[in-house]
Design a protein around this ligand. Structure first.
Ligand SMILES: Cc1cc2nc3c(=O)[nH]c(=O)nc-3n(C[C@H](O)[C@H](O)[C@H](O)COP(=O)(O)OP(=O)(O)OC[C@H]3O[C@@H](n4cnc5c(N)ncnc54)[C@H](O)[C@@H]3O)c2cc1C
Length: 261
């Protein structure tokens, strides 16, 4: 179902999904569902009456961290490339710069020129950076007006000496990203009961990042999809191989407690 938000999922008496229903009421019959929607929403869409209270409460209370990015088009940066790496106009060679200062809200800066010059309209003249803020939907940062937030972001950059002044900013945008990071605290402690319940729905395959409530990167998310299709085609009811993607111990915050960004 393209360009539609699924809000309800119908199951038959054998616990098989028979159809999904979009926000506009349009229903689509289905033989199987490969779900990338956040598990919190998936559980709500299946409905409280189809599962135990424990599973419903755990699933609908799964925590997330949200994210705001401010894109700034600049004529130049104040910081200089002091490395031996050669770059166009000698801009700093970093893709990401992690910000440790305690007196700013900014968490990370991306320099898009260094991902690819094709991400910038004119890399000879412009630097295109992304400022990343980690927040929670509905908090002060989330609710701030675009112009106020962008203004605050520019001031933070000036205070850190990344740019000289507001005059360096040629254009700007601000984007909010809900549920950017599935989080591993609170209700997540009992995630296994949710996973077991979802596995009891024979024609449901949970894949991807929020689809598995796991800090999956792009490669893991794609591998989940490929593995799920293999399992579906094989007719094997065991979905453990799909849930096993990206379970190497060293990768996860819950194992090494490192800050996720
Ligand atoms: C800030 C940030 C930085 C990242 N950096 C990197 C990186 O550098 N390298 C890397 O490999 N990965 C990175 N990732 C992770 C990468 O983006 C994800 O692993 C990948 O996009 C997950 O793919 P996905 O298909 O599971 O989810 P998505 O790409 O989020 O796709 C999910 C899809 O499901 C749809 N959907 C959700 N709910 C519903 C619904 N109710 N009805 C219908 N459709 C719905 C959404 O609209 C969306 O199209 C980053 C992620 C974030 C948030």
């Amino acid at each position: 179902m393209y360009e539609k938000e699924v809000v309800r999922i119908n199951l038959d008496e054998n616990n098989n999904i028979t159809s999904v229903v979009a926000k506009d009421g349009k229903a689509l019959r289905c033989d199987a569902v490969f779900s990338t929607m956040p598990i919190k929403d998936l559980i709500a869409a299946i409905g409280e009456d189809k599962m135990s209270k424990e599973v419903y409460e755990t699933g609908t209370n799964l925590p997330y961290r949200d994210f705001i990015t401010v894109g700034l088009l600049l004529d130049k940066l104040k910081i200089e490339n002091k490395t031996k790496i050669k770059t166009l106009n000698n801009i700093v060679p970093d893709n990401w710069i992690y910000v440790q200062e305690r007196d700013v809200k900014l968490g990370r800066i991306q320099v898009f020129n260094n991902w690819s010059p094709y991400m910038v309209d004119d890399p000879e003249k412009h630097v295109w950076i992304g400022l990343e803020y980690f927040c929670n939907e509905g908090d002060e940062m989330w609710e701030a007006k675009d112009e106020d937030f962008i203004d605050m972001a520019i001031k933070e950059l000036i205070s850190m000496g990344i740019i000289e002044s507001e005059k360096n900013v040629l254009d700007s945008t601000r984007i909010r990203v809900k549920k950017a990071y599935p989080a591993y605290f609170g209700a997540y402690e009992h995630f296994d009961i949710v996973e077991n319940y979802l596995n009891s729905i024979p024609n449901l395959y949970c894949i991807g990042r929020n689809g598995q409530h796991r800090y999956n990167n792009m490669d893991h998310s794609m591998l989940c999809g490929i593995t799920a299709v293999d399992v579906f085609l094989s007719g094997n009811p065991d979905k453990s191989s799909i849930w096993s993607v990206n379970t190497e111990k060293s990768y996860h915050e819950e194992d090494n407690k490192k800050e996720e960004k």
